[in-house]
Design a protein around this ligand. Sequence first.
Ligand code: CA
Length: 715
Amino acid sequence: MSQYAPPAPLCHVNPLMGSDSHVNYSNGNTYPAITRPWGMTAWTILNAEDPWFFEYHSNRFRGIRATHQPSPWLRDYGHFLVTPLVGRWCDHPQHVVYPYDIDQQDIHPHVMGINLPSIKTTMELLPTERCSMMRLTLPTDEQSGVRLQTYPGQTTFQFDSAKNRLIGKTTANNGAVPKNFALYFVIESDCPIQNILSMDTTGQLTAITEPIEGEALTAVLRFTDHDQASIHLRFATSFISEEQALRNMDRELGDRDFDTLVKQSADAWNQLLSRIEIQSDDVTRTQTFYTCLYRCLLFPRKFYELDAQDQPQHYSPYDGEIHPGIMHTDNGFWDTYRTLYPLLTVLCPEILGQMLQGWLYAYKQGGWLPKWACPGHLYCMIGTHAASVLADAAVKGIGGFDQQLALEAMLKDATVIPGDSGEDGLGRRGLAEYLKLGYVASDKSSHSVARTLDFAYNDYCIAELASYLGQDDLAKQYHQQAKNYRHVYDTSVDFMRAKNSDGSWVEPFDEFAWSRDYIEGGPWQSSWMVPHDPQGLIELMGGHAKAAAKLEQMMTMEPVFHESDYKREIHEMTEMAMADFGQYAQSNQPVHHVLSFFTEAGQPQRTHHWVHKVLTEMYQPTADGFPGDEDNGEMSAWYVLNALGFFPLCPGKPEYHLVAPLFEKAVIHLENGNDWIIQRKQNMQSNTVTINDQAHDDWKIKHQTIVEGGTIQFQ
Ligand code: CA
């Protein structure tokens, strides 16, 4: 039973999908994010310990957390916890835990309702982009209040009794922020607050009469004795200032009531979700689809706020200054370039242009394009894949960002040795050898094979953008460099293999070893990383028949792995073994483009077969429904794209591979007003495709064809 069952398609979204996850096994590593599309602050349930603070099976409710956590592996920043207090808990709020049953709660992206029977209280919360409103329905015959708790970092609290407000700030973070970083917040109550008390570590309560400051503070707001059954709390957040937090509250909440805001919140989601219409009797697939689509609209989150003149401005997590313009953050490019951004090029090119300009502000403010932003530069994963995202959007004709500056930023990654400027971890590690030898040498750098392959693909992206901008000599140079993947393919073992700086292969070779020369995978998962030259790779592998046979073997062989340099079984290994799809580890990104290689090897039917199997067997709209880390929309975008019948084998090329779609009919309502209609005949053999009733003799399609609208039919 849902009090808030919203109109379709939002009603199909299950924010709990993927939340039944643990440090050693990921079914998504998600938490229910109650927020607006790309909302700056999300609100969720806390019932466990950081950073896996939401555990699906835990029945110990501890509060609502304001969060910015993109992944438990990166942890949170600017977070705080709010917990209702009733009766004796008002005087002893130190270890508050209420029993609750997650399956009995009302959890949607646009609102959640939590029933806490042990204190006869209902807690409802609706989000706006930067604020939220909470409605507490409390017993009237007992003392009541709320507890607000911050996390390690400097906190200040100030009580404005005239306005029933607690104003505060927290510097809680896990790195990747400038020294002056803080989240400013305001809580305002429509029920008079008797007093605000601060609690020390022993649980002792002291009234706050003057501003207080300290580490990880706890405040208790006690409502006056009242007969008000419903209390509304208004929350505001800002990364800029207290004044800006109040401005955000005024603009986003104003004097609107709870129910009006719930409807607005539902509309905001449906406006985007309904850009794709699905026709299907299969409820499970429809739920999976829209839940995945919801996950594609969370990251990179908005990190800007509107000033008094309604102009966007942002606190820079790179230089600590306030700058004009739109910025988004919380995104790892190693993951998201593959599927999430290509989906956005079709679904919402306008906001994509704004995101990309934001990444260029990051380059201006922080000296480099981000690799992982959370919220500032984080030195994590490999490759310089912002190049892929920027080139892909440019060659597809998407505007709104400075393409010349994008090329400059990409060239810095490709030419400046990062260690020299004291910023090892940004740019390309191993670049000196890569430029000299054509590959990253195993005796000089970690992840040498994976880095070589990523750099070669990134060079291709540079070449494509240079060519698009008419810089032909540069394009030629980088197209040449994009062939560097050949240096690490060893035809004697038929895999990508690590090489030393003297040109010798690293011994011994083990096709199952997830060694330090690859990343989160081994030779089987990593050897296909040539999205920009699939025919070149297939040729190295001995031609179409041999490549197709190798792919088939990969899908069906034993999921053997050797821990090798990891020295322990990492969760991606376990997930691959449990999935029973051979060496094809859908649990993680390295294989996410691999099924397109069947088509490249002349076997499109095998692409359709395996994609369909992955879509229907590895994704479910349930708490254990993702095959591995969801990773900021990437795992979900893989599903959405394949379900809709097109997949970007090589972002940076304005084209997609066609794949038999999941639904008999789907319509993409494009931003330009055109519709792209996807139809699949029942019992389809997918031997033929027509576009606008014309035979289409290719398993590829141009981005432009989709943008112009029309009907594609698989029969
Ligand atoms: Ca991953």
